[in-house]
Design a protein around this ligand. Sequence first.
Ligand code: PLP
Length: 235
Amino acid sequence: MNTTIAARLAAIHEQIALSCQRCGRDVASVQLLAVSKTVAAAAVQQAAAAGQWLFGENRVQEAAIKQSQLASLALPLKWHLIGPLQRNKVKQAITLFDLIHSVDSVALAQEIDRQASSQRTTPMPVLVQVNVGREPQKHGLMPEAVVAAVTAMAALPHLAICGLMAIPPFCDDPQQVRPWLRQLAQLADQIDRLKLANVAMQQLSMGMSHDFMVAIEEGATLIRIGTALFGPEGV
Ligand SMILES: *Cc1c(COP(=O)(O)O)cnc(C)c1O
């Protein structure tokens, strides 16, 4: 049996505990999302055997295939969508995923709301993605557009807006990412103060393999980790 994933998972949990200790947070307030994009179903199974149950995928189709490959095992897994969502994939996405991290326009939110009204019995939980570094190649709303967009989305009854997500610019030194992480947390606070219907900023999805310890210090509740768990090439 391959014990690498179990060992890496244990090391990540140790680092999460250390970070939480450093800033006085409860470890239970940070969830580890194992990013399994490009990783085979067998590796997901190994991570599950080591106690990991929450997985993130960036493509709807890949997630559908992997979920069906694992279906016969009846594992109690939860799946989040972390990649960009096309309008024509919404119907499938809202049945495959427990949380969509990548809502970046009111039009996309409206389509999720429309599909959720017929496909789901409960509102679809979503996060709103913010392009904190204003990078042209990245998805997400510009920071100054977020409050107006979330206010518009709040009128959609089949959507539960649970927080914000960001993929900040990559910096060799994770300390340099801190201002962007802090900006996301401040935006969430600002939105919470508006007390909008269907909106509760409970989740801050930020932090990846190289910067999750800093992200925890800045308030991350969902850290998205791929490479540090599955290795640079996947497994
Ligand atoms: C791939 C990916 C991750 C994981 O990145 P690592 O650096 O491998 O941990 C996190 N978030 C998103 C949105 C991703 O696409």
